[in-house]
Structure formats: C-alpha cells, structure tokens
Ligand binder design. Sequence first.
Ligand code: NAD
Length: 516
Amino acid sequence: MPRDLLEDLGLKRDPRFVEVATDTPAGVREIGGRRVIVSENPASGRAIGAVTLDDAAALERETVGAVESFKLWREVPAPERGQVVRAIGEEFRRFKEPLGELVSLEMGKIRAEGLGEVQETVDIADFAVGLSRQLPGQVFPSERRGHRLMEQWLPLGPVGVITAFNFPNAVWGWNAMLAAVCGDSVVWKPSLLTPLISLATHRIAERVAEAMGHKGIFRLVIGTDDEVGERLISDRRYPLISATGSCRMGQRVGQVVAGRLGRSLLELGGNNAVIVHADADLNLAVPSIVFGSVGTAGQRCTTTRRLIAHESVVDGLVDRLVAAYGQVLNRIGDPLKEGTLVGPLIDDRAVKAFDRAVRTAREQGGKVLIGGGVMGDRGGHFVQPTIVRVPANNRLDIASEETFAPILYVFACKSIDEAISLQNSVDQGLSSAIFTESIRVSERFLSPSGSGSDCGIANVNAGTSGAEIGGAFGGEKDTGGGRESGSDSWKAYMRRQTCTVNFAGRFELAQGIRFE
Ligand code: NAD
C-alpha cells in the first residue's frame, strides 16, 4: 500500500470502521461483540479492515430518516440542489487519488481504472449540475380554447440504490447525483464485497451535504441480502429501486418491486460481442478487443466476452490477439503497482467460476489458445486472461453465459447477417461493437428498423467497454431494460404529472363531449 488510504479518507475515525488482523478471513464475522463484514484485498487475500453490519432496525431508521429528508429536500429549488451536487463533485475531485486507489485496493482494478471510476462520479456530478437548471417539461396544444396542457416532472421520493462490487463508487454516483438534483433522497445498499469504498464514498457526500445544511439526503445501509436487501426492495416507501448486478439478482428484485407496483431500474449482466468484418482495420480492432476483454480482469458488465470475426480475417486476428495476450500475461499483478495491466478477480468464488467455465469450454469442444490457468501461487485471486476458439459449428453453450472473468470466445462467420444473428443469440443485451470500414455494414449493424444489434449500446470502430456518461447507459433483454447516467435517464428518478389549466372561465370537456 503506497500510503495509508484508510487514514487519508478518514475511515479509521469512522465509528463503523473496525480494525482487524490481516489474517482475518473475509466475510460476515462476529468481532468484539459486533457483527461486521471483513473486507479483503483481492490481490493478497489479506484483510484490509471491517465495517459494522447494519440490521433490519438500522434499515428502518434510515428509511424513516430518508422519508423525512426527502420532504425537506424536495422543497429546495433544483438549481440550489445542483449547488450541493456541485460541491460534492468538487470534493470527489479533491479525493480522486486516495478514493481511486482504495477502489484498486478493495476491488482489484488497476490504478488508472480506479481513478477513472472516481472520475465518472465527478463527471456525472457535473452533468447533474447542468441538469439542475433544466429538468424540462413540455407544453402541448390543447384542443380546448382557453386551456393549457402541459407536463411537469416532480421529485419521486426516497430511492433505494443497490450496487454491484465491480463499480463500487461510480454506479452509486450515477444514481445518487441524478436522484439528488431531481429532489430525491437516496438509501444505498452496496455490495458486501466493497464495504470500505462504499463507506468512504458515502462519508464524502454526506459530509458536504451536511455542511451545506442538507443532512441525511444520502444514506448508507451495509447489510446482508436476507436481512437488509430483501426488506429494502419490498418496502413501499421506496417508489424506485435502482439495482445493478447479476441477472439472477435482477429477476428477484424486478419481481418483488413489481409485486408492490413499484418502479425498478435494472442494470444487469452482459454478454457482449465484438464483430470484426472482413474489411476491418485490425489496428483499431486489436487494442479495443484486448482492452475490452482483459480490462478490469474481465469484471466489467461491458467486458468483451465474444469475438465474432469474418472467416477471412479470423485466423490472422487470433494470432495478433494471442501475441498481445502473451504480453499481458507478464503484466498480471498488484493493481496498484505501475505497469500492471490486469489485477485479480474479486474472490475465490470468482476464481472457481473461471476455472469451471474453462473446463466446461474444453468439454464442449472449445480449444484454449492461450491462458486458461488459475495462478494459485500468488496469494490473491489471480487467473490468466484466456482465449477460447469455439468449434467450427459455432456451438459452445458456455459462451452464452456471463462468466465474470477474462475469457474471450472466438467465433468465425461467413456474413454480416450471420454475425449479427450470433451476436443477438444470447439472453443478455448490454453492449455490442462492430469493426468495419464499410458504411453499408455499419448501417446494417445500426439499422433503424432494429434488425441490427439488439443491445442498449452499439458502437462502430470502438469496443464494447468504456462508455461516456453523456449517453444513456443500459441494456435490453435479460440486462433489464434500465438506463442510467446521461441523456434523459434522469426521468427515472422523477414522476411525471400532466396538467390542464382552464383559463377560459367556462366549462368545456375534451373530445367535444357535452354534459349539460
Ligand atoms: P450480484 O448480483 O451478486 O450483487 C449485486 C448487488 O445486489 C449486491 O449489492 C447484492 O448484495 C445485491 N443483492 C443480491 N440479491 C439481493 C436481494 N435479494 N435483495 C436485494 N439486494 C440483493 O452482482 P455482483 O457480483 O456484485 O456484480 C456483478 C454483476 O453485476 C455482473 O453480472 C455484471 O454484469 C453486473 N453489472 C451490471 C452493470 C450494468 O450497468 N448493467 C454494471 C455493473 C455490474
């Protein structure tokens, strides 16, 4: 550890923080009479620290508090709410280094990506500040004389935000910064795999909001899925649950929230493909595919998991990828060390899932071209980035699943139609990309009829991962259909009201109905 990040971020002074011996096993434990979650450094397998777990009573307290804070916060004019978000964004800028490094330490992504993640929170804060002076409604022509027909957008209520381990700071930022300018309070239930970065993130936002006289808009509940998660999603006081994570989790959250007729915003798993057409510029495609498939050790929702290349280029492309992976294999290690390109997987369960997937791929006829191994000698949870060539009939069932690890399955195809059909053949629909120099082929991929990519994100000559915050982010099918971040995603955090104002001074019904 280059410096004492926990000290720099004030975590050691937080009453919820618990110091533990580095050989304490990760997970939920009873320490000194407190139920805590012990967090480990995935690069070493050693404990970093622990955080006191919240129980059902704590969730209830925070929910009651969030309802009260919401009532006060919604009265604050949106541009003034924007000033609070602006100050929060400034504070994240100030703490970008230690926070980004803590993301690397606790989650395992390399330092540049850890800092990049905090930058996303800064960027979305900037975006939200601008939005705080818009949140526009529309005015429509009324069919009745002397009437105005319009819609306005109103604060929604406390928003429950559930986040995945792999973006422990930015996904909260995407939700919380928008929700805050929209006039909502936020109760955050983060992943139990990243409690320290969640606590550090929360402390910054809450400290700034409190100093500006708005205590309690941002709340944090760190608890188990059974005791806290399930209660949060069932609670009618949350009109919106925004949940990021696996498709399995989303199916459960979606059903429970729909059962109470609440709203859910689901950002779930992906199984993203890059199509490389016969005329592609491979100098563009190769680095995009390598970054997309090995970046964050394959633990991005937008990770490139499948490569679908035209049969005329597939062999040459694979040779170049294998050569590039050969270099990457020498740069696996401590994510905080300069020069490291690939850090560890998050935990031992993820390593086992990787190992299982590689074995299954082999059993199903796939050929491992490079990688495939678990690096068990290192202490942490390291695996080798892996390329698997699927059999000539393009059948490999395991490639239809999202294994949250750096495995790239390579398919060969004969035509753009076959490539698009293969790409769309999986259950998830998050991100997709094509490399081509042909406008016909790229327009086929982006076809306005919808017959091209079926994903929420479709890129041309840019890879599947590394989205900017300006556009809406999310995917279709089992990815859940939600949209977060830019564009008009803010609408999810507000309620729409259609208003008719009669200034004619006489009674008149629509559709010419007479009632006299
Ligand atoms: P996960 O589904 O195991 O957990 C995600 C979150 O859901 C955690 O906070 C977890 O505690 C919570 N959760 C699980 N069951 C719950 C329940 N019954 N009630 C309430 N909360 C519950 O996912 P993970 O392993 O942390 O993250 C990896 C997954 O997230 C991958 O599938 C990845 O693709 C996906 N992801 C998607 C996006 C996106 O924007 N589409 C972004 C990041 C990650």
